[in-house]
Design a binder for this molecule. Structure first.
Ligand SMILES: Nc1ncnc2c1ncn2[C@@H]1O[C@H](COP(=O)(O)OP(=O)(O)O)[C@@H](O)[C@H]1O
Ligand SMILES: [Mg+2]
Length: 373
């Protein structure tokens, strides 16, 4: 099946502010109807990249195509995109209806058309019943939906959202995440969301670009990014990771023998090569690597580790309780610490998992990642 066409094509774009390179040679294709996330730590250039799509900043190098059209000489108000800002502002003295109608009135939209389009936008964000209210009669989540309706009423091809949920508390945030996913399905246009919150990106987006220091480090679907990060940076930024320094010492067919500092020799199955850092079959003998495993892949045993698993002994140094799960920290005989996440599947969890106990941990060799070091 052919890939849907790119609605946005970012081609070798850089942006500098004085001595700072905020965006550094970024190339990216975003497809029609995607829910796309730009994810990265604060200051990595996410907002600057989004502002270049909207036309509020001009690239120093490279260019942006939207729907196949070069945007170089196209001002913000003529681009088929609309932006919802980090600090969403709604006019407090206007009703919800007038807030949403405002942009259309400014653009001299025929008045006969305004009512219909405002009602359509309010229905999309499920605020039809609140049309005559003032913003101070709304909840935080409803005000955020007014801001969304104001952007959608202009019928953009792409909606740009810069940390749209950062002002909301945790519960409301989660509800709005679901709401935005539903909205994107309903409206059927491309959403590009900027966030520094990995959970937000993983749960909402169908593809994510992970950025670091102005550059895009990896673009993939959520599960691919989490389970097959192409570099140590991505592995560390998305979720938690146990990482041990190691060196590749031998290769037999697709199997890789690695000497892990403090842990000895491990045999790892061949891994499919992919984007980013050195991985599996691509890694030459003699190369320094990082051996990594996610905490939830590590199991804890009081005795008897099943065959075929990598097994290490250690003493529990700490147990952090989170209700549904506990994070267990095990100090290995080598002195290194490994973390294992265990699910508290019954109300009385295993009494042997407490600080001071000597236990085993294990993982399936297939769950080991080979990363750059
Ligand atoms: N208008 C500006 N003038 C000077 N420096 C800026 C400006 N906008 C952004 N920067 C700098 O560019 C870098 C990227 O910023 P930004 O795109 O806001 O990052 P993010 O949104 O990922 O937090 C930061 O170092 C920031 O200080
Ligand atoms: Mg920002």
């Amino acid at each position: 099946m052919a890939e849907p066409p790119a609605i946005i094509s970012v081609q070798g774009v850089s942006k500098r502010f004085g001595g700072i390179t905020a965006v550094d040679r970024v190339s990216l294709d975003i497809r029609q109807n995607e829910f796309f996330a730009l994810l990265g730590p604060s200051g990595c250039g996410k907002t600057t990249l989004l502002r270049m799509l909207a036309g509020f900043e001009t690239p120093d190098e490279g260019g942006v195509l939207i729907d196949g059209q070069d945007m170089t000489d196209v001002p913000p108000n003529r681009r088929p995109v609309n932006m919802v800002f980090q600090s969403y502002a709604v006019f407090p003295h206007m009703s919800v209806f007038d807030n949403v109608a405002y942009g259309l009135r400014v653009a001299n939209t025929p008045s006969g058309e305004i009512g219909e389009r405002v009602h359509e936008a309010l229905a999309m964000v499920r605020l039809s019943e609140q049309a005559e209210r003032k913003p101070d009669q709304l909840s935080g989540g409803q005000r955020q939906r007014v801001a969304l309706a104001r952007a959608l009423v202009k019928r953009p091809k792409v909606l740009l959202l810069d940390e749209p949920l950062s002002a909301l508390d945790a519960k409301l945030r989660e509800a709005m995440q679901l709401e935005l996913v539903r909205l994107q399905h309903t409206v059927g246009i491309t959403f590009i969301i900027v966030t520094h919150d990995q959970h937000e990106a993983l749960s909402m987006a169908n593809r994510i670009a992970v950025m670091e220091a102005g550059q895009v480090r990896q673009v993939d679907g959520p599960a691919q990014l989490y389970e097959f990060p192409g570099s140590r940076f991505v592995a560390d930024f998305i979720g938690k990771m146990n990482l041990f320094p190691a060196r590749v010492v031998d290769r037999k067919g697709t199997e890789l023998m690695v000497e892990v500092e403090g842990l000895g020799r491990l045999t790892l199955p061949g891994q499919a090569p992919h984007l980013g850092g050195p991985c599996g079959v691509e890694v030459p003998v003699g190369q320094d690597v990082g051996i990594a495993v996610r905490p939830e892949k590590v199991h804890i045993h009081s005795d008897g580790v099943p065959d075929g698993r990598i097994a290490l002994r250690g003493r529990v140094s700490e147990v952090a309780y989170f209700g549904d799960a506990s994070h267990v920290y095990l100090r290995l005989d080598s002195g290194q610490v490994i973390s294992a996440n265990i699910r508290n599947e019954t109300r009385t969890s295993d009494p042997s998992v407490r600080a001071g106990e000597v236990l085993w941990c294990s993982w399936d060799p297939k769950d080991t990642l080979i990363l750059d070091r």
